[in-house]
Design a protein around this ligand. Structure first.
Ligand SMILES: Nc1ncnc2c1ncn2[C@@H]1O[C@H](COP(=O)(O)OP(=O)(O)OP(=O)(O)O)[C@@H](O)[C@H]1O
Length: 330
């Protein structure tokens, strides 16, 4: 099989049966490319009348239905990317979907049960396990955690975070060297020598993310968060250091602001989100088309930050999270 550098998966969030009845179906056997069909009845009970198409089909590499657990998601989606990072290639995993569809659950996990831990803790565990096994190289691991809110970057691991609000922190900015390599000013890198140290950094970043939130400013749904594992490896006695990065990205809610009554701050945020998701989409489309020489990375902060970790030799994986309920149908 040809190695695919961009893979799109779907994950359907568990929903009460009566909420979702007749809304979607999964066809696993369409020439080995599964598709998910969303059905829009002409007349829905809640007053929503559909005058257009009744069926929308979306194709995915693989579709994980409601019963897929966190272990299955890690094994099938994240582990191959982690393996490629261990082999020295950059990789990126995104969770994309509307608010409440399970992005954070998929990327970070749920707090209630150990078995609910998501892609980040499982990937850290796997990577540190592999590093311990491989005695042929000397490995160094660093962690960074970036939040992008209204096209501005903030360091979730900045020690001043606890005392300040998001807006008071120094902004993370992008610098480009003459070789067009990207550097991030004001984004701290923290060495982690064990899985536990790395998990503590994740916890610290998530806590800082919540501190910055108020009921009026529920930033988590309206910002993008990029947790990055930076891996350097060196053979003993060699001066050559090999670097690889794995970005685990929890995107802002993808809902469009078509609804009336949205204004002010909310509208500003929504415009930024829509725009940055639009630019990300453009980059992903450009990368998936063969023979495209120009990839429009420069349009947004996120695509600039991820420029060296999308396409080419890098594994890029997107998980579309779906909450299949009648009220989400549009
Ligand atoms: N696959 C799943 N299994 C069990 N519970 C889930 C699953 N996916 C999501 N949930 C639960 O649904 C709720 C919403 O999920 P989550 O916070 O991950 O959504 P989100 O897409 O990240 O939303 P936001 O954009 O607001 O951050 C949470 O309480 C979460 O625990």
């Amino acid at each position: 099989m040809v190695k695919q550098t961009i893979q799109i998966f779907a994950r359907v969030k568990p929903t009460a049966r009566k909420q979702q009845q007749g809304i979607y179906s999964i066809d696993e056997d369409e020439k080995l490319i599964p598709s998910l069909e969303i059905i829009l009845p002409r007349d829905l009970a809640d007053g929503f009348v559909n005058n257009k198409r009744e069926s929308y089909k979306f194709k995915f590499q693989r579709i994980f239905d409601q019963d897929a657990n966190q272990e299955t998601i890690f094994e099938n989606i994240a582990k191959p990317v982690a393996e490629s990072v261990l082999a020295g290639y950059n990789g990126t995993i995104f969770a994309y979907g509307q608010t409440g569809s399970g992005k954070t659950f998929t990327i970070t996990g749920g707090a209630e049960r150990y078995s609910d831990r998501g892609i980040i803790p499982r990937t850290l565990s796997y990577i540190f396990e592999q590093l311990q096994k491989d005695t042929s190289k000397i490995y160094t691991t660093h962690i960074s955690y970036l939040e992008i809110y209204n096209e501005c970057g903030y360091d979730l691991l900045d020690p001043r975070h606890e005392a300040s609000s998001l807006e008071d922190l120094p902004k993370v900015t992008i610098l480009e060297d003459p070789d067009q390599n990207i550097h991030l000013k004001n984004l701290s890198l923290h060495q982690a020598t064990t899985e536990e140290e790395a998990l503590n950094l994740l916890f610290l970043g998530d806590t800082n993310r919540m501190i910055a939130e108020t009921p009026m400013n529920q930033a988590s749904t309206r910002s993008h968060c990029i947790f990055t594992i930076h891996l350097s490896s060196k053979e003993p006695g060699s001066a050559t250091v090999r670097h690889a990065k794995l970005h685990l990205v929890d995107l802002a809610g993808s809902e469009r602001v078509a609804k009336t009554g949205v204004g002010g701050q909310l509208l500003t945020e929504a415009k930024y989100i829509n725009l940055s998701l639009h630019y990300l989409e453009q980059v992903i489309i450009a990368l998936s088309e063969k023979h495209r020489s120009h990839i429009p990375y420069r349009n947004s902060m996120m695509t600039s930050v991820l420029r060296d970790s999308l396409g080419g030799n890098c594994m890029t994986t997107m998980i579309a999270t779906l909450s299949v309920e009648k009220r989400n149908i549009d």
